[in-house]
Design a protein. Structure first.
Length: 182
């Protein structure tokens, strides 16, 4: 049956020109392409709509504009993943690539607790083999960096489980101990 369809297509095609394949299976398309001469073009389209568009010289419809910008917010923390920029109350936070990835992962999930294994697989993109040191060291460096900017945001330890991002309460005023002078 395939040979009959190929012969029919080839007999209908001029000796120089175009063979239009609409929705043919891969093996049938290959057979048509092998069978035509060097002076014949083969145009393969997925469906009749595509064929009509090509024959009418209509360009394909433009895809809707898709924003590649990805913003993550956690309280006053804002992370622009497409620009890889972090800010706290619109004040920039300088982070290494690893620190940014770690902070973005923690911030994306709000108050979720991330295990060492999940952080290793998500941030480092490798399987977890029981090594806590890489995650613990990265968290320690991130905490130091965040402390330079604010005392209100930290990476909290959840004993025996992992880490989560946390907003710390800020005191409204500082109490003066009794007997001390201000």
């Amino acid at each position: 049956m395939h040979d009959f369809a190929i012969d029919k297509v080839l007999k209908a095609a001029p000796t120089t020109g175009l063979v239009l394949c609409v929705g043919l299976e891969a093996d049938l398309r290959s057979a048509v392409i092998r069978s035509v001469g060097d002076d014949t073009a083969v145009l393969v389209v997925a469906n009749a709509e595509s064929a009509l568009r090509v024959l009418a010289h209509d360009p394909p419809p433009k895809p809707a504009a898709v924003s590649t910008r990805s913003l993550v917010e956690f309280g006053p923390l804002r992370l622009d993943e497409s620009l890889r920029e972090a800010s706290w109350h619109a004040r920039p936070i300088e982070l290494s690539a690893r620190q940014f990835d770690l902070l973005a992962t923690l911030a994306r999930a709000g108050d979720r607790v991330w295990s060492f294994a999940e952080l290793t697989e998500t941030v480092w993109q490798r399987p977890y083999v029981g090594d806590l040191d890489a995650v613990a060291s990265a968290v320690k460096r991130l905490r130091r960096r965040l402390n330079l900017v604010t005392g209100e945001l930290t990476v909290a330890s959840v004993r025996g489980v992992g880490y989560r991002l946390a907003l710390l309460p800020t005191p409204l005023h500082t109490a003066t101990p009794r007997g001390a002078t201000a």
